[in-house]
Design a protein around this ligand. Structure first.
Ligand code: E4P
Length: 217
């Protein structure tokens, strides 16, 4: 499973990217708003740090505008993925951008039929929002399972990107369900390594090593 960061916080992005296990990144207009940095500068900075796919969203309502914005965004850096909304206009734009080999990510997916539309339009990624589904008392991870099943039935190549991840459990459940990617906010990413038995085990090992009087170097 690939790990993307769901963030525009450059400091956190750099710190986590230093781990060497981040495969890409996603942004959205709300995250851009949070960054309070000029848009183009922010995207260029992110793309020079993250070498894998970086999703940046179009903000138009009609497909022609989305296509224009998508082409412009794709010129900002080699690794840009154009994010398009799950609307008929977004699907139309996705079809056109796919034809000219621009990578796309269809966002705000909440159903299997929406995921089928994105795959048929040639989307590179589909983003089911599992946290927002859970908020509405609908099992978000179940949607991932169903999309994976449908994509495998028809050999669709669109990658399933588990989005709106709120907990460590969302990450593991998405992996079990076969999501190709999880896009994870830094706050959740930071918790992935935690386990109290690891902490306790390390405490005991360190204490016993100290008592042994041995040295490595
Ligand atoms: C994905 O690309 C979105 O940016 C993100 O996962 C949305 O998550 P939220 O529901 O926490 O806003």
């Amino acid at each position: 499973m690939d790990f993307f960061l769901d963030s525009t916080d450059l400091e956190e992005i750099k710190r986590l990217n230093d781990l060497g296990i981040i495969n890409g990144l996603t942004t959205n207009p709300s995250l851009i708003y949070k960054a309070k940095t000029p848009f183009e500068q922010l995207i260029k900075n992110i793309c020079s740090e993250i070498k894998g796919p970086v999703s940046v969203e179009t903000v138009a309502e009609d497909s022609n505008q989305m296509i224009k914005q998508g082409i412009k965004l794709s010129k900002m850096a080699k690794n840009i993925v154009v994010k398009l909304p799950m609307t008929w206009e977004g699907i139309k734009a996705c079809t056109e951008l796919s034809k000219i080999n621009i990578h796309t990510n269809v966002t705000l997916c909440f159903s299997t039929t929406q995921a089928i539309l994105a795959a048929k339009a040639g989307a590179t990624f589909i983003s089911p929002f599992i946290g927002r589904l859970d908020d509405a008392n609908i099992d978000g991870v179940q949607l991932i399972r169903e999309i994976k099943q449908i994509y495998s039935n028809f050999n669709y190549t669109t990658k399933v990107l588990a989005a709106s991840i709120r907990t460590k459990n969302h990450v593991s459940q998405s992996a079990i369900a076969g999501a190709d990617v999880a896009t994870i906010p830094p706050k959740v990413f930071n918790t992935l390594v935690d386990h109290n038995l690891t902490d306790r085990g390390l405490e005991i090992f360190n204490s016993d090593w100290h008592k042994s009087g041995q040295k490595i170097l």
